[in-house]
Design a protein around this ligand. Structure first.
Ligand SMILES: [Zn+2]
Length: 57
């Protein structure tokens, strides 16, 4: 069976931390999620970019 497993390290998940195998892996996933979330609006600091966004159809 190669389906469900910890998304980070593929080990069998621990019930308390499902779908992760440990608190550490759950933390890693959360950090990735936050990083992705903050990576996008970081570019929104440019005034030129703001105008370009308005013109973009
Ligand atoms: Zn893991």
């Amino acid at each position: 069976m190669s389906g469900p497993g910890c998304p980070i390290c593929k080990k069998p998940p621990e019930t308390a931390y499902r779908p992760f195998c440990s608190r550490r892996c759950a933390d890693v996933d959360l950090q990735r999620w936050l990083t992705n979330r903050y990576a996008v609006p970081a570019e929104d600091d440019d005034e030129g970019a703001r105008e370009a966004a308005f013109d973009d159809e």
